[in-house]
Design a protein around this ligand. Structure first.
Ligand SMILES: Cc1ncc(COP(=O)(O)O)c(C=O)c1O
Length: 475
């Protein structure tokens, strides 16, 4: 084949439309059936990994195989080989059953595959994302003019907070890095916060020792007095405090740090205040529940993950700030090959990413379809079901360790029972429910978080039954 007579497109990669329609219909039907089975069967993987590895070994990619073989095989492996968020008895870390409009968004994105590096290449998509971010920032209480962007998740959003705080703290940080400061820059998180902060400090080049872990008050909240003392000590020793992170909804226990006290200290010391509301932020939808986050509006920046309580597909985080100009300062770069370079507009010069997937369409569609009222109902029903669980297990002699208004319960078994780790392992082995074993204020607890938007009281009863059975050894 010569260059003036190129080969035709590869039909295995770009099949004719009639074939695509057939596979689309197959996938829609098969995924619906698989999800029905998943809701009835094991939450945890049942796959024989030796068999999977043997099957995989036969995929040497020498000879092509048909989609009629590949698609059913792949669906079957995933159906048997992952913990299922789409099972309503997945009471796990905050990975929800994705809402249907969010899944529609993924299909649209997958088919068009727009490049969101610049507004020039994808003006409509960039505008839709910016509109949603502004709406969420306003709802969270940030002032007019606040903005931000979608991220791969909470970790990228929190990384963006650290880079923003450092950029704000010293106008030479972007050029000289940590060397710009008179002493080592440091930031403050609570011991119960999401410890991705440690690797974020590593990535940001300020080192893991820049993360100052503040003691908690015995109930999972940052101890504001300990924070004040730590800042004063650090200053006295020549460190440069740049950022306080208030976690609004700790990962383990849904506890809310004292953000008003954090805001006062941040103001007093000229530091950036970030609110990590990665999963707790979902309650901004509900007038009933949002008082739990009072003070969030004082933050310089906020993380909320759409792929947590807003139930979009992963990964879909959000970073919002009242100082959008900092993003342009932090992520600016100039190249000849990009079609535009507009501060506060083009995502590649305002965010950590370059090529970008159209993430925000999932929240746009879900928020458009449900409205804030629908999301209020969504978060309130989770909280109500967790309250039902609290009532049921308390009556059976379990102790409720945390005092959260969010949809997470940390429980300790009745006196004389096996320890939390044994109970957690037995629940998972039963395949009837997925719960985590977590540390809360230094103690092992069973952590139950309601993440599935279609879970019902009957799922709570089944969990209670699985927990009760786990108190005695299996015969
Ligand atoms: C409070 C908090 N912050 C940050 C994260 C990290 O988010 P992601 O897993 O989306 O990177 C989590 C994840 O559970 C979290 O609970």
């Amino acid at each position: 084949m010569s260059h003036d007579n190129p080969a035709p497109p590869v039909p295995a990669l770009f099949p004719p439309q009639s074939e695509r329609d057939r596979w689309d219909e197959y996938l829609t039907r098969e995924m619906a059936r698989a999800n029905e089975r998943i809701a009835r069967h094991s939450v945890v993987p049942t796959i024989d990994m030796a068999r999977l590895r043997a099957d995989l070994a036969a995929f040497d990619f020498g000879e092509p195989r048909g989609l009629d073989e590949l698609l059913p095989w792949t669906i079957a492996q995933i159906e048997q080989g992952v913990v299922h968020m789409s099972n309503p008895r997945y009471f796990g870390l905050f990975n929800p059953m994705p809402s249907f409009p969010a899944q529609c968004g993924d299909r649209i994105t997958g088919a068009f595959n727009p490049q969101l590096a610049t507004a020039t290449t994808s003006p409509a998509a960039v505008e839709i994302e910016a509109h949603v971010i502004r709406a969420v920032a306003r709802r969270a209480g940030l002032p007019e003019g606040s903005s931000g962007h979608f991220t791969s998740g909470g970790s990228e959003a929190n990384y963006t907070a650290v880079i923003s705080a450092l950029t704000k703290a010293h106008d030479r940080f972007g050029i000289d890095g940590a060397r710009a400061f008179d002493g080592p820059p440091v930031f403050y998180i609570s011991r119960e916060s999401h410890l991705a902060w440690v690797k974020i400090a590593h990535q940001a080049g300020i080192g893991r020792s820049a993360v100052r872990q503040v003691a908690t008050d015995g109930t999972g909240r940052m101890d504001a007095r300990a924070l004040a003392t730590m800042i004063a000590d650090d200053r006295a020793q020549g460190r440069v405090p740049v950022l306080i992170v208030a976690t609004l909804g700790t990962t383990n226990a849904g506890m809310i740090d004292p953000i008003a006290a954090c805001a006062e200290l941040a103001r007093e010391h000229g530091m950036w205040l970030h609110a990590d509301a990665a999963w707790g932020g979902g309650v901004i939808a509900s007038d009933r529940l949002r008082p739990a986050l009072a003070g969030i509006e004082r933050a310089d920046s906020i993380t909320i993950d759409a792929h947590k309580w807003f139930a979009t597909t992963m990964g879909c985080g959000m970073f919002m700030t009242r100082h959008p100009e900092i993003l342009s300062a932090a992520f600016q770069v100039s190249t000849g090959f990009m079609p535009s370079n507009t501060a506060t507009v083009d995502p590649y010069v305002n965010t950590a990413q370059w090529s970008r997937r159209f993430l925000g369409v999932r929240l746009f569609l879900a928020l458009g379809a449900a409205g804030w009222r629908g999301y209020a109902q969504h978060v309130e029903r989770s909280v109500d079901l967790i309250a039902l669980l609290a009532e049921r297990v308390r009556a059976l002699g379990w102790r409720i360790a945390n005092d959260s208004t969010l949809a997470v319960l940390c429980i300790e078994p009745p006196a004389g029972s096996p320890d939390a780790r044994t109970i957690g392992a037995r629940v998972l082995a039963s395949g009837r429910a997925w719960v985590a074993v977590a540390k809360y204020e230094g103690r092992d607890v069973i952590r139950v978080c309601l993440t599935h938007g279609e879970a019902t009281a009957s799922d709570i009863e089944q969990l209670v039954d699985a927990l009760t059975n786990a108190l005695r050894p299996t015969p």
